[in-house]
Design a protein around this ligand. Structure first.
Ligand code: BGC
Length: 764
């Protein structure tokens, strides 16, 4: 009943445009009738669907690219006539509000627009790339970072972020690994949910909340050879056990939308994959939000070779359950004809449109379609910068620290050489996907070092190389002299932003250009060389590590790179980041990841023989038949979960609440961790599990829990993890989620090689 009042009101408003704002405000004042009231939403959706024309319905299924601060006549007309449900990439507040006004006040049913944007790791304030955020192993901080991003984006009129990207990937060649949380399903689930909570807040309709989008459904991270957009072939068992769990967790956390992947999954590109959207997402998981295609991914179905033309593509995507088309117009162009020909029925269209309307209602967009930047905290205010700094600080992973060259002691330093193409580049420290990032507010390492050290330390700064890819060594001599004249050398190298991200895959993941040569030349001075790497992916760092005394991996840290790195270098905060992805020795080892299967012939130190140790003409049978590479071995350079500190942590006394646990009861695993060094620091305590005999082979280890603890020198803490049958469940041969009785091993430690083990038995 109440909603009829809204409709009547809306009709009146359309007739008397100038009274709109006043009347709407009065109506809003009436309170409690709002369509975002959960009990009313479905009724309101049905009622709207009952009044919309077919063209308006297809309009809701259509998303177009914005014009960047203007509204061309064609766009205005399309919005006014209800031919568009969403616009992406429009972040000019006035333009957003004008567009919303056209939709709300002039379109036939006054349906507001979803304004989408890739808010991947911050907005104006740039946070570390998601892979860096994952290295914090701190979901609460990631949630706070996403809230900062949401507030800044919402103040610009964005109400929908195309994040988080929760594509598990085990291929550092893939440029989009930068946008991911690494190689592990649990990390993706935990951080994906944290980001969703940060974006969406307690409720979607809250001031400052924006809708999240879990992407890309599904399997994109398995692109063959890490080449972007490439084919993926993922057996269903692996899909369900590895690639889908983060999406399930996101759906359970109430993610508003899901994006289809560009990729071809076992011969059926995701945007036409009914198994993914109908069977798994809707039937098995009960997802009630909506699915958006990726950019032109419906049109691309014919390029994949699945369909013969756009008409067939529109048919394939809509029947598979893709609710909204991004950027291209196969739905707008062909759904009317498909309906007329009876190849698609109106029921299907209503089914596709309903969740889009429901999302808009739940977001409170009907009541609050406009943005008032004044009602938000200022962009990049000190609180936002503090969160960005904390995230960057906790993301930094210490990979090597010979002779405890770090932390540097400012009292003992008189001079410092600061070298490298990334030492003072406010743009390159930001990483990929920074459409709205502001490089002018970046605080670079050089600036932060100058500020931290003041006049007491003289800093000699040289780029050494123009970019990370440069091969021109002309400045090397000067860099070497600067190093020779200084007490210590800080080198900032890695990858420029453009070397990772979408469509920026690499086949060689070594340090680009002549950066390794630069490091070696600096090392010849005999001065302590400390290398800080900024990059969008794991790199093959064996030779780099050899050429330097200390190695910090900082990912692309964002706006606050400088203060974060400086704090870690000088021990204001001890490094506490842990790798969310394995670092290979050589690219030929890829994919190499900690949760691999054991194989029938696993290598061991006793059985493996390196290529250099094999005498000429050795008989084929004389070395072990084990799973390894003759030249690279079978271990990575740095394992998953790894990261050093300025102190050491000792693990002991692993205990179980019980050694036999009946199915359905939980078990508690406890271990003691002690800070046995001299500085206060944080450690990420990790729990791994193995099911050694199961209906399908299971990984040698799987991360099942983690906790960040802060310990003073000498302090010890008991850390407990609870494991339930659900934590031990997996998809077996029948593709059902089951927990099998039997024995399980558990390990607790500071990385995926943890050796403190216990075993329990789960009984029927
Ligand atoms: C990417 C998506 C992104 C979209 C919109 C596509 O190319 O794959 O992740 O959200 O563009 O910018």
């Amino acid at each position: 009943m109440h909603f009829h009042r809204v409709d009547l009101l809306m009709c009146t408003l359309r007739l008397h445009g100038t009274l709109v704002a006043l009347a709407a405000a009065m109506f809003l004042g009436a309170g409690s009738l709002m369509a975002s009231d959960p009990d009313r939403v479905d009724e309101r959706v049905r009622e709207l669907l009952g009044r919309m024309t077919v063209a308006e319905k297809i309009g809701q299924m259509t998303q177009v690219n914005g014009a960047g601060g203007s509204i061309p006549d064609e766009l205005a007309e399309a919005v006014k006539t209800g031919r568009i449900g969403s616009i992406l990439n429009e972040v000019d507040v006035d333009t957003v509000n004008r567009l919303q006004r056209l939709a709300v006040e002039e379109s036939p049913n006054g349906i507001p627009l979803l304004m989408g944007r890739d808010v991947i790791h911050g907005f104006k304030t740039v946070l570390p790339i998601p892979l860096g955020q994952a290295a914090t192993w701190n979901p609460d901080l990631v949630r706070r970072g996403a809230r900062v991003a949401a507030l800044e984006a919402a103040s610009a009129g964005v109400n929908w972020s195309f994040a988080p990207m929760i594509d598990v990937t085990r291929d550092p060649r893939w440029g989009r690994i930068a946008e991911s949380f690494g190689e592990d399903p649990l990390l993706h689930s935990v951080f994906g949910v944290a980001m969703i909570e940060g974006f969406q807040g307690e409720h979607l309709s809250e001031h400052g909340s924006i809708a999240a989008c879990a992407k890309h459904f599904a399997g994109y991270g398995a692109s063959e050879s890490g080449r972007d957009y490439n084919t993926t072939n993922i057996p269903e068992n692996e899909l369900r056990n590895v690639y889908l769990p983060p999406f399930k967790a996101s759906v359970d956390a109430g993610v508003a939308t899901i994006m289809a992947s560009f990729s071809d999954l076992d011969g059926v590109p995701a945007s036409a994959n009914a198994f993914l959207f109908r069977q798994i997402l809707r039937e098995e998981w009960g997802f009630e939000g909506f699915v958006v295609s990726d950019w032109a991914s419906i049109e691309q179905l014919s390029i994949h070779g699945l369909t013969a033309n756009d008409r067939e593509s529109a048919h394939a995507a809509v029947t598979a359950g893709v609710n909204m088309e991004m950027a291209t117009s196969t739905y707008a162009d062909h759904l009317p004809g498909l309906l007329q020909a009876g190849e698609v029925d109106l029921e299907l269209i209503d089914e596709m449109v309903a969740p889009i309307l429901r999302t808009k209602l739940e977001m409170g967009l009907f009541e609050n379609p406009y943005t008032d930047p004044e009602s938000f905290p200022a962009m990049s205010n000190p609180d936002h910068l503090a969160v960005a700094r904390e995230l960057a600080e906790q993301s930094i992973v210490l990979l090597k620290n010979d002779d405890r060259v770090l932390p540097l002691d400012r009292e003992k330093l008189t001079s410092l050489a600061v070298i490298g193409p990334l030492a003072d580049d406010g743009y390159e420290q930001l990483g990929t996907w920074i459409f709205d990032g502001d490089e002018t507010i970046s605080q670079t390492p050089l600036q932060a070092l100058r500020e931290f050290l003041g006049e007491s330390v003289s800093i000699r700064h040289l780029r050494g190389l123009e970019t990370t890819r440069s091969r021109d060594t002309a400045e090397f001599e000067k860099a070497v002299s600067a190093a020779t004249e200084s007490d210590a050398v800080l080198v900032f190298v890695g990858e420029e932003s453009i070397l990772s991200g979408e469509a920026h895959s690499r086949a060689d993941i070594g340090l680009p250009g002549a950066q390794l040569d630069l490091l070696r030349r600096l090392g010849e001075t005999g001065k302590p060389v400390i290398t800080v790497i900024m990059a969008g992916r794991p790199l093959t760092l064996g030779e780099t590590a050899d050429a330097t005394d200390a190695l910090l991996f900082a990912w692309h840290p964002g706006t606050m790179a400088g203060p974060a790195i400086t704090n870690v270098l000088f021990g204001v905060e001890a490094p506490s980041g842990k790798l969310p992805v394995t670092f290979p020795r050589m690219v030929g080892q890829v994919p190499i990841y900690y949760a691999h299967k054991n194989t029938g012939k696993p290598a061991t130190p006793e059985t493996f023989r390196h290529i250099d140790d094999i005498p000429a003409r050795m008989p084929q049978t004389s070395s072990g038949f084990v799973s390894s590479h003759l030249d690279a071995g079978y271990t990575p350079l740095y394992p998953f979960g790894f990261g050093l500190s300025y102190t050491e942590f000792e693990y002991s006394d692993i205990r179980l609440s019980d050694e036999r646990v009946p199915m359905g009861e939980s078990i508690t695993v406890t271990a003691t961790v002690q800070n046995v060094g001299e500085v206060e620091a944080e450690e990420v305590v990790q729990l791994y599990v193995r099911d050694p005999a199961a209906n399908v082979t299971r990984p040698v280890r799987e991360l099942k829990g983690f906790e960040r603890v802060r310990l003073r020198p000498g302090e010890r803490r008991e850390v407990s993890f609870e494991l339930t049958a659900a934590d031990l469940a997996f998809y077996g041969r029948d593709m059902r989620l089951t927990t099998e009785p039997g024995s399980f091993h558990v390990w607790v430690g500071g990385d995926s090689n943890a050796d403190l083990r216990a075993t329990f038995t789960l009984s029927e």
